[in-house]
Design a protein around this ligand. Structure first.
Ligand code: FAD
Length: 510
């Protein structure tokens, strides 16, 4: 049985590997010259291997590593020591060592209750994440089931707010310290003042790296090694991967997917087609002429949040100096987070939602060159910076080369209080805007997870109206990207679950 997969993101590759192991004849079509989508390593600066979009490893499921033998195909995740430091306004910080001992905290006037509340907040979040983790493998799971699950385990505040409250609402039950609240805000994508942000934090808590539950790390050689190792494993199982080949449309005859039309005008026939592209764009752009139900049309055309993210990479002349890090004898390894004040998070929510740049940049950054000698020539450094929130457009205009300058200047201004010599250490800059996510990386919605990760878009709400998880209104057309059940982040879950669904529908062996 022949399967064509549209898109060679890590999920499409995972799917291809599992189907090939069961004897399916699989071809992956990737529009770009290399596989990986948003999980990619690129030589942006000569000799420097940069994780241009996703930088941090943690959510990729161990089961997939084992099944597809990815370590034998070059996947080497590692833990940094320390794990993380969050830099707070007024020289504060939360410094998290890797050995699991208590964080070192400098956060204004810190009462004993705040300290206990902070620990309890993370204990409960971790417990919640451990409870919901297994349900990502059960695509019929509903949001209500998870709420009930948390309640049964005495996590009532989390249960009450999981999809309908904000992270800030939850935090107020644990702790009064505004600096710690600012630090907590960095754990969720988007805005912690926004409804649905509790789930975002817990989703990220389902991470596991090198056997440590809840831990995030990095990958030797950059995040592209995740995708490359899956591709290598899939090819060893017989998958054909065609890069630089864009699919123009999916051929649908009598309501059934029959193959793909490629950009060069050629047609390839398949029994099954699976799209790694987000579900809404798949329906809007790849199956022209297919009549959709009113409900589906409403769903895929309903207005979506305009909050995306942005990436800034600096080629460095040397490591910049962070006095707070030096005061802690920090080795510049691991994740460094800049947390804006709580008021700034709240005021930026409106700005960014209205298409304006945030005034208080929330940033996660790392110097992978400190811990991985394969990503740069000896003695050289680069720095990856995620800006957590950025409008999809710049005041209604697509981001372009000149508006990138605004982003560069804003990052330098936001970093200077923490690293006064940052500007003089920068040799070159590469910026990935929301517009680049669409045009360079093929993510049409400009969303990190193809669709948002807020309450209205997760679990049963992530399925297309009237369709089963991973299904579509077209027979034998399936979906496997981050915009499907369990998706978002480099987890491989959508590809893994979709392979099961395809096999169940079609019969296990090809
Ligand atoms: C700025 C940013 C930072 C992030 N950081 C992290 C992080 O640190 N850690 C983490 O776990 N996650 C992170 N994420 C999220 C994560 O990268 C994504 O959710 C995940 O990689 C999506 O994988 P995917 O395989 O579902 O889709 P994608 O990676 O989007 O793959 C889809 C593929 O389809 C291809 N394609 C599209 N249209 C066509 C067509 N017509 N024909 C052929 N091919 C086509 C695209 O080129 C692409 O390769 C980040 C995302 C962003 C945007």
């Amino acid at each position: 049985m022949k399967v064509g997969i549209v898109g060679g993101g890590h999920n499409g590759l995972v799917l291809s590997g599992y189907l090939a192991r069961d004897g399916f004849d699989v071809t992956v079509f990737e529009a770009r010259e290399r596989v990986g989508g948003l999980c990619i390593t690129e030589e942006i600066f000569p000799g420097h291997q940069i994780s241009t979009v996703a930088s941090y490893y943690g959510m990729f499921r161990r089961q997939i590593i084992e099944d597809l033998k990815l370590d034998a195909h070059g996947l080497k995740p590692y833990l940094t020591d320390p794990a993380e430091i969050v830099l707070l306004p007024n020289n504060g910080y939360v410094f998290t060592p890797r050995d699991g001992s208590e964080s070192k905290i400098a956060a204004g006037e810190l009462s004993e209750d705040d300290r206990k509340g902070w620990i309890q907040f993370w204990t409960d979040m971790g417990k919640g994440a451990a409870l919901i983790g297994p349900y990502y493998y059960q695509p019929k799971t509903t949001r209500q089931q998870l709420v009930d699950l948390l309640r049964e385990n005495d996590l009532n505040v989390l249960a009450d707010n999981l999809f309908d409250g904000s992270l800030f609402d939850v935090f107020d039950h644990y702790c009064k310290n505004p600096y710690l609240k600012a630090a907590a805000a960095t754990c969720t994508p988007g805005f912690a003042s926004n409804k649905g942000s509790v789930f975002g934090c817990m989703h990220h808590g389902t991470a596991e790296t090198c056997g440590i539950e809840g831990a995030w790390g990095q990958v030797r050689g950059g995040m592209g090694k995740v995708s490359e190792s899956i591709a290598s494993s899939a090819q060893a199982s017989g998958v054909k991967i065609k890069t630089g080949v864009k699919v123009s449309s999916i051929n649908v005859v009598d309501g059934r997917a029959r193959g793909v039309l490629l950009e060069d005008g050629s047609v390839e026939e398949f029994d099954i087609v699976v799209s790694n592209v987000d579900p809404y764009s798949t329906l809007k752009n790849l199956i022209p002429g297919v009549q959709l139900s009113d409900e589906l049309n409403r769903q895929i055309n309903s207005p979506m949040t305009q909050v995306s993210a942005c990436k800034v990479h600096f080629l460095l002349k040397g490591l910049p100096t962070f006095p707070t890090l030096d005061s802690l004898n920090h080795n510049y390894a691991g994740i460094i987070v800049v947390a804006p004040p709580v008021d700034g998070v709240i005021s930026d929510f409106k700005r960014v939602s209205n298409g304006q740049m945030p005034e208080n940049l929330m940033m996660t950054m790392a110097f992978p060159t400190v811990t991985d000698d394969t990503v740069a020539p000896a003695g050289q450094h680069h720095m990856n910076i995620d800006i957590h929130t950025m409008p999809v457009t710049n005041n209604g205009e697509p981001w372009n080369e000149s508006s990138k300058e605004l982003i560069r200047a804003a990052v330098i201004a936001a970093l200077k209080p923490f690293a006064p010599n940052i500007e003089e250490m920068i040799a070159d800059t590469f910026i990935v805007t929301p517009e680049d996510l669409k045009t360079r990386y093929g993510a049409s919605t400009a969303m990190c997870w193809h669709l948002p990760l807020t309450g209205e878009y997760v679990f049963e709400k992530r399925n297309l109206a009237g369709c089963e998880p991973y299904g579509s209104p077209v027979e034998n057309l399936f979906l496997c990207g981050a915009g499907t059940f369990g998706g978002g982040n480099v987890t491989g879950i959508a590809g893994y679950n979709c392979a099961k669904v395809v096999k169940e529908k079609i019969g296990v062996r090809a």
